[in-house]
Design a protein around this ligand. Structure first.
Ligand SMILES: *Cc1c(COP(=O)(O)O)cnc(C)c1O
Length: 391
């Protein structure tokens, strides 16, 4: 059967099968790593007859991943990039020019903030950073020159949620785009297109690869015009994913829902344990009834994800002692992988944000970010237990 024609495909079927056909020459069940620069053309008139000319423009292994990601999100096509930042950068370059403006979540991946403020602002693009958990604040930020709204939900690192349907409604009413960074929940748990979003971006580095093996990104498009606009910028700027990274990410995607389910269940156990611990001041996890937007989390996503944040009593010094004392958890940047990771946002992922702004956004110096992996949950909790005893 050809691509996309299987009847009644469920998510797990798509994550395993979409985009990948047995190799027509050998029958190899995995898409080969097409490690090639160029493609020999049958004739001048037959140029690009098979769809390929040069690997900056198209590559069959990368294309297999793009097809799979589009099938998972429910888009028409996707475009894979060398990193998540390259994906976000390309969308912003495709839709913003000098004199134009975007409304961006004020709690967002640190690299996205840096890109807007320290790179794109130099080219005359203006940004307003707002609390996108409040649709009225988003609407108030929109101007005549606004071309798009960029939100990330749950937001890295405080897990604050944006109501995707409500913000997409604001965008539609003003004739602009709503771009959603769906890295933290993935299409397994949250499908922004079904809630009205226009474009979806990913760092595939996180859950989609899931094995700490690659860095990569993707833009998933809802229309053919978007695909053309995004591919045009990508081909012109060269921010492509390599065939080997695409191949590894293809393998990661096949187990996405199994990992997300197990990691999310473990995250709820970890969050509940932390909430009951006397040394822990507060816990942020969308799956806890105490989470301020718990109801919205249940409404717009089919899972709560596997990121947990907490603050231990005694502030930054106590937090650092805990992060230095864990043994099974790895102190490392990155998230969403089978290995459980612990990060200190204030000095690691969000260090380029000024201290007073970090404090205003809830990224306190004592905040600990936990990415719950696939190890035995009881082992993860036992390790936190011995580390918290030293806080
Ligand atoms: C990691 C991350 C990015 C950036 O992706 P890279 O692959 O590191 O370039 C963007 N958005 C979110 C939410 C992320 O977690």
């Amino acid at each position: 059967m050809s691509r996309g024609s299987r009847p009644n495909e469920g998510f797990a079927t798509r994550q395993v099968r979409a985009g990948v056909e047995p190799d027509p020459v050998t029958g190899a069940i995995l898409t080969p790593i097409h490690q090639t620069t160029t493609y020999v053309q049958p004739s001048v008139d037959g140029y690009r007859e098979k769809g390929y000319s040069y690997s900056r423009s198209h590559n069959p292994t990368v294309h297999a991943l793009e097809t799979k990601l589009a099938a998972l999100e429910g888009g028409v096509d996707a475009c894979a990039f060398g990193t998540g930042m390259a994906a976000i950068h390309t969308v912003l370059l495709a839709y913003l020019g000098a004199g134009e403006h975007a409304v961006v979540s004020d709690v967002i991946f640190g690299g996205t903030l840096r890109l807007c403020r320290q790179i794109l602002a130099r080219f005359g693009v203006d940004f307003t950073f707002v609390d996108t958990s409040d649709p009225a604040a988003v609407l108030a930020g929109v101007r005549a020159e606004t071309r798009l709204i960029l939100s990330e939900t749950p937001a890295n690192p405080t897990l604050r949620l944006t109501d995707i349907a409500a913000v997409s409604e604001v965008a539609r009413a003003r004739g602009i785009l709503h771009v959603v960074d769906n890295t933290l929940l993935t299409p397994c748990c949250q499908r922004p297109f079904e809630l009205g979003a226009d474009l979806v971006v990913h760092s595939t580095t996180k859950y989609l690869d899931g094995h700490n093996a690659t860095v990569g990104g993707a833009v998933v498009c809802a229309t053919k015009e978007q695909v053309e606009a995004v591919r045009f910028v990508q081909n012109a700027t060269g921010s492509i994913m390599s065939p080997f990274v695409a191949w590894l990410t293809l393998q990661g995607c096949k187990t996405l829902s199994v990992r997300m389910d197990a990691q999310s269940a473990a995250a709820l156990e970890v969050a509940s344990y932390l909430e009951s611990h006397p040394t822990v001041e507060r816990v942020l996890y969308p799956g806890l009834p105490s989470f301020p937007q718990h109801a919205l989390a249940g409404r717009q996503a089919s899972g709560y994800g596997a990121m947990v944040c907490c603050e231990v009593r005694g502030g930054a010094a106590a937090g650092k002692r805990v992060m230095d004392a864990v043994e099974l958890w790895s102190l490392a940047e990155n998230l969403g992988t089978v290995e459980s990771l612990v990060t200190h946002p204030a000095t690691m992922t969000h260090a380029n944000i000024a201290p007073d702004e970090r404090a205003r956004l809830g990224i306190t110096d004592g905040l600990i970010r936990l990415s719950v992996g696939l190890e035995t949950p009881a082992d993860l909790i036992a390790d936190l237990d011995q580390a918290l005893a030293r806080a």
